[in-house]
Every structure is written in structure tokens, then in C-alpha cells.
Ligand binder design. Sequence first.
Ligand code: PGA
Length: 241
Amino acid sequence: MKPLIAGNWKMNGLSNAIAEVEALIAKFDGSAPDDRDVLICPPTTLVAQFAAAFSDEAIQIGGQDCHVNVSGAHTGDVSAQMLADVGAAFVIVGHSERRADHAETNELVQAKATAALKAGLTPIICVGETEAERKAGHALDVVGEQLKGSLPETRDEFVIAYEPVWAIGTGLTPTNDDIAEVHAFISGFAPDGVRILYGGSVKPSNAVEILAIKNVDGALVGGASLKADDFYPIVMAAPSN
Ligand code: PGA
């Protein structure tokens, strides 16, 4: 499977941040290597600008969330169709920050993933346990419940990201064995061809090791995706298959 290295910029970046993407592409000598997919999910305000600027490069642009409806009276929301219309190819759904900050349920995440597929976007569906759930030995149960509730019912192309909540932005990561265990478990749920990304404190210093773990088909990178100097070595750390 072709690895996917995705950057989740979260609520970071003004229009001048396009310079970081240009710096990344310059490191690739013009376009990203074709043995890996590279994705940047900037804040919604930058999706159209970035997608227009990089439409010819081998770098793709995605959103960080979408509404379940195509249009309507939903002040402040953005539909999957709107993201697709301005050139996005992917959208993250069910990130733990949205599940926590906006009380998103598995049912809502599933509806968002389905809306994304209908709009022609590839959803990246996030799952992951909290620290308390892992300590109690419930990591697989929690991830299993989230998968059952959040994955779309269609067999269209989608991506799953395993992001333990306690590893996001903390510098902590699970052991390689723990990552391997959860990814093997997720691959039992996922239809063939679904890529399973690991996310949570991926850095240049741990990317080679994490991306070499069985059933890890890429990474979802937060903080370390904001600077080309950090993101480039992570992109290049993925083994080519
Ligand atoms: P982090 O975030 O790499 O900053 O830990 C990952 C994510 O939330 O997707």
C-alpha cells in the first residue's frame, strides 16, 4: 500500500504560511515522490488558496472537518461539497479534539464520513483511546466501539487514523508493540486497501521507527507538520512499498 503522510495543521496558519508548503515542495525538488502520498490539511480559510496553488504538484490538500449536510442553515459550518469544490481531496473526521470540544458522537462521525464520500472526498476517520481507558486495559474495546460506530457502511475508499488521545501533542507515544497491536486489530475491521495511519507525537526522531511497524500505512502529524524542516523528514521516513 502506498503510504500516506498527512499534516493536520489544526487552528494554525495565516495566508503567509503557504511559504512552508512551498519550502516543503522545494525540498522534494518540485513535486513529492510518487511512492508516497503527501497531504496537508490547513485550516478551512486556507484550503482554497493552497489547493489552487498546488494543483499541479504531487501534494494534496484536505479539510479538518465537514458538516453532514450539503448546504443549509448551519452558521459557521462547511460542507464536504464546499471543500471538494475548492479542490480538497480529503477531509479529517472525528478527530479527538472535535469529539471532545464539539461533543461529536460516533454516529455523527459516521454521517460526516458518508457525506465526505458522497462529495468525492476521502475521509480520514480518527479513533483512539484516552489515557484512563488505556490504563484500565480498555484500549482495544474503545477503538472497536469507535470503529463499529464511525466507519461508513459503504465500501468506498476511506482512511483510518489511530490516534491515542493521550499521545496527541504530549510528546508521549505508545510502545511499538502497542501500536502494532492496535493496528493489527483495526486491520481486522477495515476492508482491504484501507490505509491505517498512526497519529500522536510523530516527530522526525521517531518517524522511521513508527512507520516501519506492521499495518502502519502512514502518519497523521499535528505539530511537526507545521514546519517544512520537520515535516519533510517524516514524509521521507515512510518506507516505499
Ligand atoms: P500531534 O497531533 O502530532 O501534534 O501530536 C496529531 C493529531 O492530532 O493529529
